[in-house]
Design a protein around this ligand. Structure first.
Ligand code: RB5
Length: 142
């Protein structure tokens, strides 16, 4: 399942992404926010994390203005590996090397087309395991 979360600065892009998934007949869970009224990204990172962790194959897409606040907030949960990505290589490597379960996008600095391109790559790239698994296991002690 794909979980969408945003703050007011990510709302517009989140709606565009939701519409993209709807057209593809892919179900998403939208934990908010639901308007451009000012709100606090930690609330939505928390709501998103809770849903992402309900299913082993769940993936989150979180959006705030820069993506930085959502990344910091989401990564407070030790089971979440949230990666702020602005290009296709980052989106690919976030999955291959980091087994990221949340893609974070900067709503104010990325357009719909590029966001969808990153999302497609993120959702279709597998974790490589091996030495990268060893490193992920060490994150516990970081
Ligand atoms: C909201 O103005 C903005 O600070 C927020 O969306 C995000 O960019 C924080 O990191």
């Amino acid at each position: 399942m794909i979980i969408l979360a945003c703050d007011h600065a990510g709302y517009e892009l989140k709606e565009q992404i939701k519409e993209f998934f709807n057209k593809e007949n892919i179900t998403t869970i939208d934990v908010g926010c639901y308007s451009t009224d000012s709100c606090d990204y930690p609330d939505f990172a928390k709501a998103g994390n809770e849903k992402v962790l309900e299913g082993a194959n769940n993936v989150g897409i979180y959006i705030c203005g820069t993506g930085i606040g959502m990344s910091i907030a989401a990564n407070r949960n030790p089971k979440i590996r949230a990666a702020l990505c602005t290009n296709v290589n980052f989106a690919m490597l976030a999955r291959k090397h980091n087994d990221a379960n949340v893609l974070v996008l900067p709503g104010r600095y990325i357009n719909r087309t590029r966001a969808i391109r990153l999302i497609k790559v993120f959702l279709t790239t597998n974790f490589e395991g091996g030495r990268h698994l060893r490193r992920i296991k060490k994150l516990k002690g970081a």
